[in-house]
Design a protein around this ligand. Structure first.
Ligand code: F6P
Length: 415
């Protein structure tokens, strides 16, 4: 099997650990391994130059830590490690090459790096049928027949569309004479597996997404910092945190840092009434001696009539009704960047191993799987079931059925 791994959509801490785990597992299982730079965009751009000589030295033997000889691990035969300097994959040396052969050494130490070293993009080209045809052509030219994709629900849906279209794309390429009969037969079906990389923790049927724990740590660190200055001045702070349409980061940060009030999309307050509720709560806390106030607003928060909760408005309410000296802090991309915490190294490592196994076991009949985690076990879930359930949450919110949204996010919520 020739396997390629790519990261897509917004970056999240742990994506590098995932790429590392997929690459190393695939090599150990005898696969040829590739990374696709810049997400789906890289598949569409393909390779316009030849690999440099330095990228393809002969396979070497290697002695493992346990002392046994491992043959053909292809140490250092990837194209990422240039001139022994470990150039960043988006470096000059790879100009015009997006589907890049990787060896064991190429991903050494990647578990500790933030963001995604192979790049990511929100590709518009891949959303078009022509773009996907070009992507299929580029993959077949490189001989790739298996794809591991790490991204959010949009990226994983794109993967499933690609897989279901694949036979049609192959037939089109064959009839246009762009690939041979032999290539068409060899690439009759595409193996794909999805891994959820997102700080938002917004995917159904898995307990955690890769990057969410680190983002939560970042938010907690920021709130700890804000706490000391808020305490000093006896101020109130209104913090906006990321999460798109999901309130997980806001809710968990609120629990971890003892926030006074939290706004999340799944449990919106009644329009026109929450101002009093919030002020009563904050005043109660002040009455028992609290010198500081923290209100957390998820970026997707709204009231029960779906009007967005604006941080500046929340600030004005606290300032005008309670006379609190209030500031707004939007944490922004500081939440997304930086080194992954331990969970965001362990989770993608375990999931990366499972992903390669799922690819090796895939048949034309088996569904595409998403690798998740549930009750501390790494799981395989039919990809489209998870994506569909995630969509139902958004639909329930847009239809103001918040109880349903909550129960879909957390099935035990309504019990
Ligand atoms: O999905 C991850 C996320 O960070 C969201 O929390 C946020 O809404 C969005 O991406 C920000 O996207 P961008 O980096 O394109 O501004």
């Amino acid at each position: 099997m020739k396997l390629a791994v790519l990261t897509s959509g917004g970056d999240s801490a742990g994506m590098n650990a995932l790429v590392r785990a997929v690459v190393k597992t695939a090599i150990l299982k005898g696969c040829e391994t590739y990374v696709v730079r810049e997400g789906y965009e890289g598949l569409v751009r393909g390779n316009n130059t030849q690999p440099s000589e330095k990228g393809t030295p002969p396979p070497k033997q290697h002695v493992t830590a346990e002392g046994s000889f491992v043959q053909n691990l292809r140490f250092g035969d990837g194209e990422l490690l240039k001139d022994g300097t470990g150039d960043h994959p988006s470096g000059r040396t790879l100009k015009g090459r997006y589907i890049v052969r990787v060896g064991w050494d190429d991903v050494r130490g990647w578990f500790a790096a933030g963001g995604t070293l192979i790049g990511t993009a929100r590709s518009t080209a891949f959303r078009t049928p022509e773009g996907r045809l070009t992507a299929a052509h580029n993959m077949i030219k490189e001989g790739i027949d298996a794809l591991a994709i790490c991204g959010g629900d949009g990226s994983l849906t794109g993967a499933d569309v690609f897989r279901s279209e694949w036979p049609k794309l192959v037939e089109e390429l064959r009839s246009q004479g762009k690939i041979t009969e032999e290539q068409a037969t060899k690439h009759a079906y595409l193996r794909i597996v999805g891994l959820v990389g997102s700080i938002d923790n917004d995917m159904s049927l898995t307990d955690l997404t890769i990057g969410a724990p680190t983002a939560l740590h970042r938010i907690c660190e920021s709130i700890d910092n804000i706490n000391s200055t808020a305490y000093s001045h006896s101020r109130a702070f209104v913090l906006e945190v990321m999460g798109r349409h999901c309130g997980w980061l806001a809710l968990m940060a609120g629990v971890a840092c003892g926030a006074d009030f939290i706004f999340i999309p799944e449990d919106p307050p009644e329009a026109g009434k929450w101002e009093d509720q919030m002020c009563r709560m904050v005043q109660n806390h002040r009455d028992v001696g609290k010198r500081k106030t923290i209100v957390i607003v998820a970026e997707g928060a709204h009231d029960a009539s779906l009007q967005p909760i604006r941080v500046d408005y929340v600030k004005d309410v606290l300032a005008e009704r309670l006379g609190l000296d209030t500031r707004v802090t939007t944490l922004g991309h500081t939440q997304r960047g930086g080194r992954p915490c331990a969970i965001d190294r362990i989770l993608p490592t375990l999931q990366g191993v499972e992903a390669v196994e799922a690819l090796l076991e895939a048949t034309p009949e088996s569904p595409s799987y998403m690798i998740g985690i549930s009750e501390n076990k790494i799981t395989r879930i039919p990809l489209m079931e998870a994506v569909e359930m995630t969509r139902q949450v958004a639909k329930a919110i847009s239809e103001k059925d918040f109880k349903k949204a909550m129960s879909l996010r957390d099935p035990e919520f309504c019990e």
